[in-house]
Design a protein around this ligand. Structure first.
Ligand code: GLP
Length: 264
């Protein structure tokens, strides 16, 4: 895993957005894996700006979102489809018919999960997957104890996740306890993975992800198995890591290497 430690959430969003911009410039028909939550919101704003400034186009892009609440259809303001439309798709030149979010209103959710996996395969697989992380180390809605090779499926949410996400729902509003989520195995199949984490409430999860054992107790630790995963952290999210100096040193060496390659 590449660990990038930056000063604050602004720098994290900029760094993450640049990875996506470079990906789209190199491969305009990229298949993007996208995420919801508050963490990626400013990255999406930067992608919108880059698109409106003509730096990148999404015309040939396909996208697959990580997860959706089971029981909410896409017109529900708390659904992840609604979030994606509002935060990104409505403001860029993407063909919305090529944006896929697991169907929260599926009559047959088990069949819908299989179909979602097939749609990803038919698209040629995910080139780059964006991730946030839950306080308990979840990625997508893969809660602790999720199988490390799991595929898209229905997942029950933990009380901790329901409580964390309650802030998006108004008082008395129905909040689903089930979701459809890409599995950890689905995420690991992406060619590149970019995980963003900001704030000290993510510090324990990041510690377990980077320096803990590979374990279903911390689903994000499965990224230790990935060949091309980058974790972009602010200082607060990185604050419990023991080896920060080493990670910073690696980044300096990486930059030197990139600079010398660019010259040659
Ligand atoms: C939800 C999403 C995750 C996201 C997590 C953290 O549970 N299913 O994909 O990473 O929230 O969200 P936030 O970025 O708001 O902390």
């Amino acid at each position: 895993m590449q660990i990038v430690i930056l000063k604050n959430s602004v720098e994290v969003a900029e760094y993450g957005a640049n990875i996506f911009i470079e990906q789209l410039q190199a491969k305009p028909d990229s298949v993007l894996g996208l995420a919801t939550g508050s963490t990626p919101m400013s990255l999406y704003r930067q992608l919108i700006n880059a698109n409106q400034a003509g730096e990148v186009s999404f015309v040939k892009v396909k996208s697959f979102n990580l997860d959706e609440y089971l029981g909410l259809d896409g017109s529900h303001p708390q659904s992840y489809r609604y979030f994606m439309n509002e935060q990104l798709f409505d403001h860029i030149d993407i063909d919305k018919s090529q944006t896929f979010v697991p169907p929260g209103d599926a009559q047959d959710p088990i069949e819908a999960c299989e179909r979602y996996e097939n749609q990803i395969i038919e698209a040629g697989g995910i080139d780059i997957q964006l991730l946030g992380i839950g306080r308990n180390g979840h990625i997508g809605f893969n809660e602790p104890s999720s199988g490390l090779m799991s595929r898209t499926r229905v997942k029950t949410l933990t009380k901790a996740t329901i409580d964390d996400n309650a802030r998006f729902f108004s008082e008395g509003e129905y909040q689903p306890h089930l979701s459809i989520t890409m599995g950890i195995g689905t995420i690991l199949d992406a060619k590149k993975v970019v995980l963003l984490a900001t704030g000290d409430n993510k510090a324990d999860a990041i510690k377990a992800t980077v320096e803990g054992a590979l374990s279903a107790s911390c689903p994000a630790s499965a990224l230790q198995l990935h060949r091309n995963a980058v974790l972009v952290l602010d200082e607060a999210a990185a604050s419990k890591l023991s080896d920060c100096d080493f990670y910073r040193h690696i980044e300096v060496e990486n930059q030197k290497l990139r600079a010398s390659l660019a010259k040659s």
